[in-house]
Design a protein around this ligand. Structure first.
Ligand code: MLT
Length: 272
């Protein structure tokens, strides 16, 4: 479904009823990455999965983007959909960076956080230099989304999924290649400039579920463990055999954990 926001049109999946859960995709992907979650979880939740600006069916607005801007887009979308009650925000990787920005600005709207394959910290100097290279590659003649996909794909999945699941590799490649160059550059700049959310972790006062693939090659497990230790009301589940795209590589375990968490958040919300 298309939703017209202040200055662009956002594409969103909105199904089910009950506790709303906002699913925020990673880079350089789109809402299709949540396909294994949306129908299976629509019996316990109203699942809302947008394409961020520059991705999927949303308008390819030029940058600069920031995590705050992407979080504000999500907020405007929720308002447009009439979803004003506190909700669970589930972000994967860059989607987690957006979830932190959402919490920083709109904590009262958050009933729970699912932090999947993500980290609170800002980029290291090496990480920033790699972002500059990715921006160059996206802009180069013969570069673009296809070159970005080629360079990232082997690391997005656990080595086992990459070798044994060509259909999944093709699906992820297709999502990456469909991302606009504006979206790729906008995201890279937003990630490069994102603030360190580590100091905020001790102030998070909603429940949080940290989900991480045991074989994540992009964000080391120890960062998820440290994040879990710093958030008071959090639990960590490490999913075996999964890499960075933990929801696609272990959909059943991922969904079972989110389902339980949503049920608990709904109960907690009723208590308050
Ligand atoms: C993602 O999967 O969203 C990105 O790889 C995150 C990042 O580049 O930091």
């Amino acid at each position: 479904m298309h939703i017209r926001l202040h200055n662009f049109t956002m594409e969103v999946e909105d199904k089910g009823s009950g506790q709303p859960v906002l699913f925020i995709h990673g880079y350089p992907l789109n809402r299709a990455m949540w396909e294994p979650q949306l129908n299976p979880l629509a019996d316990v939740a109203r699942v809302i999965a947008p394409d961020l600006r520059g991705h999927g069916g949303s308008d390819p607005l030029p940058g600069p983007y920031s995590m705050e801007l992407l979080a504000d887009d999500c907020c405007a979308l929720l308002d447009a959909l009439g979803s004003t009650q506190p909700l669970v925000v589930c972000g994967l990787s860059m989607g987690g960076y957006v979830a932190f920005a959402f919490y920083r600005k709109h904590a009262a709207r958050v009933a729970g956080l699912v932090l999947a394959a993500t980290r609170p910290g800002a980029d290291s100097p090496e990480g920033r230099a790699n972002r500059a290279k990715a921006i160059e590659l996206a802009r180069a003649a013969g570069g673009g989304a296809a070159a970005i996909a080629e360079s990232m794909l082997p690391k997005m999945l656990a080595p086992r999924s990459y070798e044994a699941n060509p259909a999944l590799v093709a699906r992820v490649r297709q999502m990456m290649e469909s991302t606009s160059v504006e979206g790729i550059i906008g995201d890279q700049m937003a990630m490069l400039e994102r603030p360190d959310s580590t100091p905020m972790l001790a102030q998070i006062n909603c429940p949080a579920l940290v989900l991480h693939g045991a074989d994540d090659q992009i964000i080391p497990l120890k960062e998820a463990e440290a994040m879990h230790n710093a958030i008071k009301d959090s639990c960590l589940q490490v999913l075996p055999g999964a890499g960075h795209l933990v929801n696609l590589e272990q959909p059943q375990l991922f969904n079972a954990a989110v389902r339980e968490f949503v049920k608990l958040s709904t109960k907690d919300a009723k208590k308050h």
